[in-house]
Design a protein around this ligand. Structure first.
Ligand code: HEC
Ligand code: HEC
Length: 392
C-alpha cells in the first residue's frame, strides 16, 4: 500500500524527535497521505482507520476517521502515563513499527474491547467507564485505598458532566455578566474581526520564542499561526478554520497540512465562535450551572454547555469581574473524551472591548503560553488566512 510506505518513510525521518512529538507528526503524515488520496480519482469518502492502517481491528476504533484514531492513541497514552513508544517500541525513531503487535499492544487491544463491553452491558452504552476510570495514570491499576488518602483531603476529581447546583444564579445571568464585562452587547455586535499578535512563551523551557498571530472573523472563522522567524528550522504551525472546514499544519518544514475531519473539528468551530463573545449564548445549548470553583486562585462560576456530536464545554467565569478565565472543551472518543483547555488572563481594553492578553493552552500532547502585545479590531483579513494553509 503506497500510502503506508510513504508514511513509514516519513516516520523514518523523525529520528531525532522526542517520542512526545510523535502524535503530532503522525497526524501530519497521515494528513499528507489523505491529501494525496483525495486529489486523484479517490473515493470522496476518506478512509476509516481500519481501511487506512494495516492492523487496526477493534470494533471500537476501526470505524474512526484517521485523525480521530490517532487522537485515541493520545488519550490512551495519557490515561496510562505512557508515551507512544511504550506500546510501539522505537516510536519517534526510524525503528518504529506501529503495525507489529507487542504484548502491551495486545493487552491494550483487549482492554479497548473490554471497556466497550463494560459500558454496553452495564451502562446502556453510555461511556461511563474509560481507561482512566481504572488506570488513573498508572500502567497497573491499584486496588486498595491507601490509609493516608482515607484520612487525607477528600477526592475532588470531577466528572465530565458536572452536577447542577441548586440555588446557583441562572446560566444566562452569568453569561450576560460576561458580555457586559468584556464591553457590552452593543460594542460586541460591532466587532467583526480582529488580529492579535504576540509571542509564544513555551512551557517547561520548551517551545518559546515563536511569533504568534490570531486572525478571527465573525461569526466563526479563526486561524492561529506560530512562526519561528529567527530559527525557521523549528518550523511553524497553523490551525485554520474557515467556518466549515479546518486544517492543521504541524511543526516541521517537510510536512504538509492535514484536514481535520474528526471530532476535533467541532472544537475548532467552538474556538472560532467564542472569539466573538457577543454570540456566546447561541454557540452552545442546554446551558447548566454547577457549583462554584476556584481557578488560578480566583473564585469562579462554572457553566457547562453542549455542542454538536457530543462536544462538551465547561466555562469558568471570575465571580468578581465576570470575565472568562478558563474553557475546557471535551470531544468524544471510544476510549474517553479528549480534553483541551484554554486559560485566559490579563484582560486589556482595545476600542472598548476587553481581550485576554495572556493565553495558556493545554492539550493531551503539549502545553504552551502566549503573550499578546497587540490587538487590532475590525481590520480586513485576507480570506486565505482561514483556508487550507499553503504548502511550504
Ligand atoms: C497502551 C498501548 C498503546 C499506546 C501507548 C499507543 N498505542 Fe498505538 N496502538 C495500540 C493498539 C492496541 C493498536 C491497534 C488498535 C486496534 O486494533 O484497533 C494501535 C495502533 C496504532 C497504529 C496503527 C498501526 C497499523 O498500521 O496498524 C498507529 C499508527 C498507532 N497506534 C500510533 C500510536 C501513536 C502515535 C501513539 C502515541 C500517541 C500510540 N499509538 C500509543 C496501542 C497503543
Ligand atoms: C475495569 C478496569 C480497567 C479498565 C477500564 C481498563 N483497564 Fe487496563 N488494566 C486493568 C487491570 C486490572 C490491569 C492489570 C492486569 C494484570 O495485572 O494482569 C490492566 C492492565 C493494562 C495494561 C497492561 C499494563 C502492564 O504494564 O502490563 C494495558 C496496556 C492496559 N491495561 C490498557 C488499557 C487501556 C488502553 C484501557 C482503555 C481502553 C484500559 N486498560 C482500561 C484494568 C482496567
Amino acid at each position: 500500500m503506497g500510502k503506508f510506505v510513504n508514511f513509514r518513510v516519513e516516520v523514518a525521518r523523525m529520528k531525532s524527535w522526542s517520542a512526545g512529538m510523535t502524535v503530532v507528526l503522525v497526524l501530519a503524515l497521515v494528513g499528507r497521505a489523505y491529501a494525496q488520496g483525495r486529489q486523484g480519482a479517490a473515493p470522496p469518502k476518506p478512509p476509516s482507520a481500519g481501511e487506512f492502517f494495516k492492523n487496526v481491528t477493534t470494533t471500537s476504533l476501526k470505524g474512526l476517521s484517521v485523525d480521530d484514531f490517532l487522537e485515541t492513541m493520545g488519550v490512551i497514552s495519557a490515561d496510562l502515563s505512557y508515551d507512544c513508544s511504550n506500546c510501539h517500541p522505537g516510536a519517534g525513531t526510524d525503528k518504529v513499527d506501529f503495525v507489529f503487535d507487542t504484548p502491551l499492544k495486545k493487552t491494550a487491544r483487549k482492554m479497548i474491547e473490554m471497556v466497550a463491553t463494560i459500558n454496553s452491558a452495564n451502562f446502556n452504552g453510555a461511556q461511563l467507564v474509560t481507561c482512566y476510570t481504572c488506570h488513573q495514570r498508572n500502567d497497573l491499576p491499584v486496588t486498595t485505598i491507601a490509609l493516608d488518602k482515607l484520612y487525607g483531603p477528600p477526592n475532588e476529581d470531577q466528572r465530565d458532566i458536572l452536577p447542577p447546583a441548586k440555588g446557583a444564579p441562572a446560566a444566562t445571568r452569568i453569561l450576560d455578566k460576561y458580555i457586559e464585562a468584556v464591553g457590552g452587547a452593543q460594542r460586541l455586535a460591532g466587532l467583526n474581526s480582529f488580529i492579535a499578535t504576540g509571542t509564544s512563551l513555551g512551557y517547561g523551557g520548551l517551545g518559546g520564542g515563536g511569533s504568534f498571530q490570531i486572525f478571527a472573523k465573525a461569526p466563526n472563522q479563526r486561524a492561529v499561526v506560530i512562526e519561528f522567524k529567527d530559527s525557521p528550522e523549528r518550523g511553524g504551525s497553523t490551525r485554520a478554520f474557515n467556518g466549515a472546514a479546518g486544517w492543521i499544519k504541524a511543526p516541521r518544514g517537510f510536512l504538509n497540512d492535514y484536514e481535520v475531519i474528526g471530532n476535533e473539528l467541532d472544537g475548532e468551530r467552538l474556538d472560532a465562535q467564542m472569539s466573538f463573545p457577543g454570540q456566546i449564548k447561541q454557540v452552545l445549548t442546554n446551558w447548566r450551572v454547577s457549583f462554584p470553583d476556584n481557578v488560578n486562585g480566583h473564585e469562579v462560576n462554572v457553566v457547562q454547555g453542549s455542542g454538536p456530536r457530543g462536544l462538551l464545554a465547561t466555562l469558568y467565569f471570575d465571580k468578581t469581574s465576570g470575565l472568562l478565565t478558563r474553557v475546557v472543551r471535551l470531544v468524544p472518543s471510544p476510549v474517553g473524551r479528549m480534553p483541551t483547555q484554554a486559560d485566559f488572563d490579563d484582560y486589556r481594553e482595545v476600542d472598548g472591548i476587553k481581550f485576554p492578553f495572556l493565553y495558556t493552552y493545554s492539550w493531551l500532547d503539549g502545553k504552551d503560553s502566549f503573550r499578546l502585545n497587540d490587538v487590532k479590531v475590525n481590520v480586513p483579513i485576507d480570506p486565505a488566512k482561514f483556508a487550507k494553509p499553503p504548502a511550504r
